[in-house]
Design a protein around this ligand. Structure first.
Ligand SMILES: *Cc1c(COP(=O)(O)O)cnc(C)c1O
Length: 396
């Protein structure tokens, strides 16, 4: 079984509506941060039920995580607890503020940060915890917030995958702490590059100043009639603002999000039916505490002799099925390994999952036929590996 055409892992879902809105923004004389960004901030804030009904639009989720740490005063001498199984941005921003990312292991079921590992990693220098809602499923937040309260820690949620995610009936982004969402090209809602920060309105205003040069009082309005020519610089901030071109794209994407999410759920359910009872795989399941955004479908190969992930994904690619791996744990990356002396085997759950995992295509553009192609090909490769045959010897 092999497709004639390559099935991309995660292409964007862009329609005529997005093209029209971006074109209108281009023709509007206001192409950078302006009215469309403001509208998108309110629409996204309302969508996740953010405090104050708004959000802060930035040029990436990474920027959001960075300004969050700066706004909270995290800096040299501080420690921030981060799961090892995440994209590098989560820990890199901790380095950017001069603090130390303290990596911890994840839970074997959700692959989200393990609250018990967090508890064990707290020291007098710990300033914050950064749970990642891995693959779109919420981290187990109650024990993390309880711990944060007990030790006076900040919680900064890496919500890059969490559009939309619920935890015990609450949408991720609806709390007063910072949560940072990603609108990168492969994410559930895209503005090509972009991100949103939610949180307590006062904190968010502080983050807004930090994310735009440290410029006071809505500097972005200074070319408008309502704005003032004068501004102050309160601190040397960053240049992290979103453009109205991106917001135009985002507004139209947000209007389609319910449909996108419904299709993601359908595909995930079909994959669940195909892989959930197949002993050659471990399929992801929704935790009983919430609903997943189904950003990724991370399948794990069962620990059976013959099944080998690297050869497995090579075969998928040869048979025109796109895939990815989320993620090589951060303690295995040379920078973090060498700087902090992490050793192989230190975070066994993340390492074991990493060696056996592959992400298969999950996006709204998949047809039922595509989904059947993925299932058929994945099962075929597994059967060949278990039979001890190398697929490429069989397929001309
Ligand atoms: C994509 C991603 C980010 C970074 O998002 P950008 O918008 O590209 O900065 C951070 N954390 C995780 C877990 C991600 O998947």
């Amino acid at each position: 079984m092999a497709r004639d055409t390559f099935l991309p892992f995660s292409p964007p879902s862009i329609g005529q509506e997005e093209i029209d809105e971006v074109t209108a923004a281009l023709r509007s004389d206001w192409i950078t941060t302006g009215p469309r960004t403001k509208e998108f901030e309110r629409a996204f804030g309302a969508y996740v039920g953010a405090p104050g009904g708004t959000s802060l639009m930035l040029n990436s989720c990474t920027a959001g995580l960075h300004v969050a740490l700066v706004a909270l005063g995290v800096g040299p001498g501080d420690e921030v607890i981060v799961p090892t199984l995440t994209f590098a941005a989560t820990a890199n921003v901790v380095e950017h503020v001069g603090a130390r990312p303290v990596l911890v292991d994840v839970r074997p079921d959700t692959l989200c940060i393990d609250p018990e590992a967090v508890a064990a990693a707290v020291t007098p220098r710990t300033k914050a915890v950064m749970p990642v809602h891995y693959a779109g499923q919420a981290a187990d937040l109650d024990p993390i917030f309880a711990l944060a309260e007990r030790h006076g820690l900040h919680v900064v949620e890496d919500a890059a995958h969490a559009i939309p995610t619920t935890y015990r009936g609450r949408t991720v982004g609806s709390r007063g702490n910072f949560a940072s969402f990603s609108f990168y090209a492969t994410k559930n809602l895209t503005t090509a590059e972009g991100g949103a920060l939610t949180g307590d309105p006062e904190l968010l205003e502080k983050a807004r100043v930090i994310g735009l040069h440290g410029m006071s009082a809505d500097g972005w309005k200074r070319f408008d009639k309502s704005g003032s020519w004068e501004y102050d610089i309160e601190m040397p901030g960053f240049k992290y603002n979103m453009t109205d071109l991106q917001a135009a794209l985002g507004l139209r994407q947000l209007a389609k999000l319910a449909g996108f999410h419904a299709r993601r759920r359908e595909v995930a359910a079909r994959y669940g039916a195909a892989f959930g009872s197949d002993e050659r795989f471990e399929a992801p399941v929704e935790a009983d505490y919430g609903t997943s955004a189904w950003h990724l479908y991370v399948l794990r190969l069962a620990p059976l002799p013959g099944l080998e992930r690297n050869a497995f994904v090579d075969e998928l690619k040869r048979r025109n099925i796109g895939f990815s791996v989320h993620y090589k744990p951060l303690h295995m990356m040379s920078y973090y390994r060498e700087k902090y002396g992490y050793r192989p085997g230190e975070f066994p759950v993340a390492e074991d999952a990493y060696r056996r995992m592959l992400s298969i295509p999950l996006h709204p553009r998949l047809t039922d036929e595509d989904v059947e192609d993925v299932i058929g090909t994945v099962k075929e490769v597994a059967a060949e590996q278990l039979a001890g045959r190398r697929g490429h010897l069989l397929v001309p």
